[in-house]
Design a protein around this ligand. Structure first.
Ligand SMILES: Nc1ncnc2c1ncn2[C@@H]1O[C@H](COP(=O)(O)OP(=O)(O)OP(=O)(O)O)[C@@H](O)[C@H]1O
Ligand SMILES: CCCCCCCCCCCCC/C=C/[C@@H](O)[C@H](CO)NC(=O)CCCCC
Ligand SMILES: [Ca+2]
Length: 577
């Protein structure tokens, strides 16, 4: 929608003359030389203008304004390359214009502000911010107050900040407290904090909609509040996979301009109860074992994953299991189509209409009856495979992270309503090493004879008949408290679905005594069952049902911007010569 805005003037920046132009969706300024020839143009979409202020404004070391009556300052998003395979870093650009008169200055500031309101209707005004003071290098508070808060202030965003006092503080707040007036929730921390916000917001939304999260066949209500992630954890996979870089300023700017990235979420159920939600990794076998082993070595910090990965690799395990999956429509996309879900992804955009059809649209992919327990519906046929697996992984997104820049499934989509199921059948140790190693490069990890990948809508996993009890005995079984928990979640609604303690830690401790590592190398008996790693938390159940809920939440992000394909981007920013 082109609007009537058009303002063009000759302005000064320092001692250089510029032609400034505000048209439709863009604000641009072109340096003009003495012979009136155009030199360099910088063009900024109005949606990426952070703010406009009268006078000459500085924000560092703190905000100060020299109130000259013919000047105005524009703050905008300026891009620079992250230098890696991934997205672009965003920085705050600033330009100070001098006008020939105060009247013209006021005309510019008013037009720019009106354009901002018209073109950026989804910008947040009020945010609820949770800071985990113990996440990552324990710099959450410092990161927020020194890098993020000044930007929010500049953009006129008011925020209510809560420094968490315990695990699940943020989740519980979102489940129970008044959230009126907030446009979004921001977490300052890592994947664990994001997961708390995810559980709190999804739970709250379903409570208010009167929906039961325990039933995998229920179509859940998408969350109305956006989630912003300011990365300050030791693992920030969700941020990396949705923004492309792990950088607090970039994330803050995405929040400020109200970017909106829908995200698929996988619900994980055991019998008739919701266990957890996952976005990045639901993994059994290798990834479960790595998490369980790493929990015993938390003192090592992020290095614990490398240590645990090595130990688990050396233990050379595979696990028996039955995997059933409901394939997604192969005509829409494929996990091996070598595409990447980037900012503005057309596969995801097309999915929106399919996932949220007009009520009269009866050909909906997700009707309110998600008939996953039958084979005879429009949902398609379940496929069942049984055997021994090195790992079984389900991811709703690529799950790219610094360790694996293209991720677990490089062609997975953030918001297409499907997940990628990766089955790695038992193989010799070198084969499995090859599979793992390929995650660190651009080599295709699926191009191996013992690897399968399927784009799916739902997955069920169970141990082969007669194996389950044996497995629980070996992993220590469910203790009394866990049994009570299962009973509680079977009986009650959405609020009770989460454990009140760090189940992961306890299960890991149980495993510590029950599971000898390196047993594949030196011992006779390997455990019959692994554990599930659900976005970095260990699940207390082996037999699970999971379902992908398309675009259940929205993040303040826009997917990964590919510097190489962005036509208006150069190394320094979006300047066009
Ligand atoms: N005040 C707090 N005290 C203790 N734990 C907290 C607190 N606030 C949040 N947590 C918990 O800390 C866990 C880890 O936090 P976060 O994800 O921010 O950091 P991280 O360093 O990336 O995590 P990890 O230690 O798992 O690598 C989260 O699961 C969260 O529930
Ligand atoms: C020979 C070289 C081998 C290198 C292998 C690299 C494989 C990397 C794949 C990385 C996949 C990350 C998926 C995301 C998981 C997060 O939700 C979760 C919470 O932060 N992290 C872990 O569970 C942490 C557990 C990470 C397991 C590796
Ligand atoms: Ca997806």
């Amino acid at each position: 929608m082109e609007t009537d805005f058009r303002l063009e003037s000759s302005l000064w920046v320092g001692n250089k003359r510029y032609r400034a132009l505000l048209t439709g969706w863009h604000f641009q300024w072109t340096e003009v030389d003495k012979k009136n020839r155009d030199k360099k143009t910088i063009s900024v979409p109005v949606s990426e203008v952070v703010g406009v202020d009268e006078g000459q404004v500085e924000i560092l070391p703190q905000k100060s304004t020299e109130d000259t009556d013919k000047d105005f300052t524009v703050f905008y998003v300026k891009r620079s390359s992250s230098g890696g395979l991934h997205g672009l870093l965003w920085r705050l650009g600033r330009i100070q214009f001098s006008c020939p008169s105060r009247v013209l200055r006021d005309q510019w500031t008013q037009h720019l502000r009106t354009a901002l309101k018209t073109h950026s209707p989804v910008r947040p005004h009020r945010l609820l911010v949770f800071i985990n003071p113990f996440g990552g290098k324990k710099k959450g508070r410092q990161i927020y107050h020194s890098l993020v808060a000044p930007l929010f202030e500049l953009a006129g965003i008011s925020s209510h900040v809560i420094v968490t006092e315990r695990a699940n503080h943020a989740r519980d707040h979102l489940l129970k407290k008044d959230l009126t007036g907030f446009d979004g929730v921001v977490c300052v921390g890592g994947d664990g904090m994001f997961s708390e916000i995810l559980h709190g917001l999804i739970g709250r939304t379903q409570q208010e909609a009167g929906l039961c999260e325990n039933d995998p066949s229920v179509t859940l209500q998408p969350c109305p509040l956006h989630i912003g992630i300011i990365p300050a954890g030791s693992t920030d996979c969700v941020c990396y996979a949705t923004v492309g870089v792990i950088d607090p300023v970039t994330s803050a700017l995405h929040i400020i301009i109200g970017d909106s990235q829908p995200l698929d979420v996988c619900s994980v159920h055991h019998t008739a109860a919701l266990v957890r939600y996952s976005v990045s990794l639901l993994g059994y076998g290798f990834y479960g074992d790595v998490l369980a082993e790493s929990e015993k070595h938390r003192w090592m910090g992020p290095l614990r994953y490398d240590y645990a990965g090595t130990m688990v690799y050396l233990s050379n395990r595979s696990y028996a299991g039955i995997v059933q999956y409901l394939p997604a429509d192969p005509l829409l996309s494929s996990p091996r189509d070598k595409t990447r879900c980037l900012s503005g992804c057309s596969v995801c955009s097309k999915s929106t209409g399919r996932l949220f059809p007009h009520p009269s649209d009866s050909g909906s992919l997700y009707s309110s009856h998600f008939s996953q327990f039958s084979n005879d519906s429009e949902e398609g046929e379940w496929v069942s495979v049984e055997g021994r697996f090195r790992c079984v992984s389900l991811t709703c997104m690529s799950s790219s992270c610094p360790k694996s820049p293209l991720g677990l499934s490089p062609s997975a989509h953030l918001a297409d309503g499907t997940g990628d199921l990766i089955l790695v059948w038992d193989t010799h140790p070198l084969g499995f090493l090859k599979f793992l190693y390929r995650h660190t490069s651009t080599q295709d990890q699926f191009d191996l004879p013992f690897v399968e990948v399927h784009r799916v809508k739902a997955v069920r996993f169970s141990l082969p008949a007669g194996k389950e009890e044996e497995a629980f005995e070996e992993t220590g079984g469910l203790d009394e408290e866990e049994r009570r928990h299962v009973e509680t979640i079977s009986r009650n609604g959405s609020q009770q679905q989460l454990t009140e303690r760090s189940m992961g830690q306890e299960i890991a401790n149980e495993q510590k005594s029950a599971t000898p590592f390196l047993c594949g190398l030196c011992c006779s008996k390997a455990p019959a069952a692994s554990v599930w790693n659900c976005d970095g938390e260990i699940l207390p159940f082996t037999n699970i049902i999971s379902r992908i809920h398309g675009q259940l939440v929205r993040l303040y992000a826009r997917g990964i911007e590919d510097g190489a394909t962005m036509h208006s981007c150069s190394e320094e920013n979006c300047e066009r010569a």
